[in-house]
Design a protein around this ligand. Structure first.
Ligand code: ZN
Length: 498
């Protein structure tokens, strides 16, 4: 780039058909370069780490998500920037699991939180585990980065728009050979006999030394007994009472109560729905349910109030949930929600002491096809300034489509041909090549965006499990995975440990 600029400067102006240096894109590019050249080298000690997971957010979801978010604001979508696209460092994570080419969310998060890939559907255990085999899980158990952070004296929390016992949030605190073991009724009798307990109990009953200080999400049903609202616990336990039995503990169930929580220490549990939280697109369902940005902001305030340094895992889960349904409108809405939550974290923290990482556990099979002019809605038909550019059969086609999912042709029945109003409606399912009740995850590498201490180590292409190494190093440059006690002072820089 520098050589190119140098040569450009040597050319006589008359030899140029146009003066590129005055082009606004060129000027913006030059400013971006100046900013990159002035970028300070990140430090080597993180007081805090915030790990954001856009579940199922492949690079295709980021591109489509930025276009969607820009257009939703009446701006040019293609050149719009999501908050995390402004983070200075980026790399690619290889997400495959110990046994599969394409990972699920369980191994996806487990690899990041423990440094070891496991088999699909397993969490917080190494690759010797056998699926649904309790005994094998007990010997394969590995402490997560969140638990290690707790053990080193820091605070730790987890926030999600899914249920709090879903695979990704369970990656902070859970150890199971099968992600479906969410409440006691989900465990087979032999697993109970062998000593395994469900994820809801693992979250609430973990020893003080490693228990999460804060957990916000859905899945109320896994915490309360049958006969109590949506409760599905067969053991009669009310885990919200167990949680509240600890000194200073708090429990909230709606957005109003969350917003009035004082930012002080003491464990906080927030269960805002039975199952996953609804999409913010569904405003009537979303009444009094906090948004991801509200949960993230409150979590940071509470964890920061402990003054010990903290680890926080934040998942925008619904990107994945709605991709599974081929519903691009709601999936991309949740990319935007993630962007807002990351913005809040960027505004609330200091890049000198807080490592922020934004990545995905795996991708989804979304494709952005060519043809549409820049102003055409990303969820709509392929159109050039309002004029349809049809498929090879002469029918309208959509810009977005999926490899697999419920939008596929079922039993040879062709999908109805969409019009622009149908395609841009929030409920539209984009077409899929292969019919499946639920879209399959996709296996290409996912992007990793970061800023703060050690973020320069998250460049290039690396294993998903390497992200753990960088986080552990940022918390403890000299000791690596054996996490050191948090330093008391802000902005203290350590020499690189090894
Ligand atoms: Zn999924």
């Amino acid at each position: 780039m520098k050589t190119f600029l140098f040569l450009l400067a040597l050319l006589p102006a008359t030899a140029m058909a146009a003066d590129a240096t005055k082009n606004p894109q060129f000027v913006a590019g030059r400013a971006a370069l100046e900013q990159a050249l002035d970028r300070p080298q990140p430090g080597r000690h993180a007081r805090n780490i915030i790990l954001f997971i856009g579940d199922g957010m492949g690079i295709n979801s980021v591109t489509a998500g930025r276009i969607f978010a820009g257009q939703a604001r009446g701006l040019d979508g293609a050149s719009y920037k999501l908050s995390f696209e402004t983070l200075p460092f980026g790399g690619f994570s290889k997400t495959y699991s110990a046994d599969k080419l394409v990972t699920d969310s369980a191994n996806g998060i487990s690899a990041i939180m423990t440094g070891v890939k496991t088999i699909n559907a397993a969490i917080g255990v190494d690759d010797t585990v056998r699926t649904k085999d309790c005994q094998s899980a007990l010997s394969a158990r590995i402490e997560t980065l969140a638990e290690q952070a707790k053990r080193s004296g820091r605070a730790a929390g987890v926030v999600t728009t899914a249920g709090i016992t879903d695979a990704t949030p369970a990656g902070a605190y859970g150890h199971v050979p099968f992600r479906g073991w969410r409440a006691d009724a989900d465990l087979p009798p032999d697993a109970v006999k062998a000593g395994c307990v469900d994820l809801a109990r693992q979250l609430v009953e973990a020893p003080d030394a490693v228990r999460m200080d804060l957990a916000f999400g859905g899945d109320l049903q896994d915490f309360v007994p049958v006969g109590t609202g949506p409760g599905k616990r067969a053991d009669g336990r009310d885990l919200t009472k167990t949680w509240l039995a600890r000194p200073g503990a708090r429990y909230v169930t709606d957005a109003g109560a969350l917003s009035s929580l004082a930012p002080r220490g003491g464990p906080v549990l927030g269960l805002f729905a039975s199952g996953d939280l609804p999409s913010p697109v569904d405003t009537d369902l979303h009444k009094n349910v906090p948004t991801l940005v509200e949960m993230t902001s409150k979590a940071i305030d509470i964890l920061a109030a402990k003054k010990t340094g903290y680890f926080l895992l934040v998942e925008s889960a619904s990107i994945d949930k709605w991709h599974h349904a081929n519903n691009a409108y709601r999936a991309l809405t949740d990319v935007d929600e993630l962007s807002k939550a990351v913005r809040a974290a960027m505004d609330k923290t200091d890049p000198n002491d807080t490592l922020i990482i934004v990545t995905a556990d795996h991708s989804h099979g979304l494709v952005i096809s060519a043809g549409s002019s820049r102003e055409e809605p990303i969820t709509g038909l392929v159109r050039n300034h309002g004029v349809n550019l049809p498929d090879g059969n002469g029918n309208p086609r959509t810009t977005l489509s999926y490899a697999t999912g419920p939008g596929g042709p079922r039993d040879g029945v062709a999908r109805p041909i969409p019009d622009e109003a149908a395609a841009t409606s929030p409920d539209y399912r984009q077409p899929a090549l292969v019919y499946m009740e639920s879209a399959q995850h996709a296996g290409e590498d996912v992007p990793v965006y970061s800023r703060g201490p050690d973020s320069d180590l998250l460049t290039g292409t690396f294993e998903s499990s390497y992200i753990y190494q960088v986080m552990a190093h940022a918390f403890s440059p000299a000791d690596g995975p054996r996490l050191a006690k948090p330093v008391k002072t802000h902005r203290r820089r350590h020499a690189h440990g090894r």
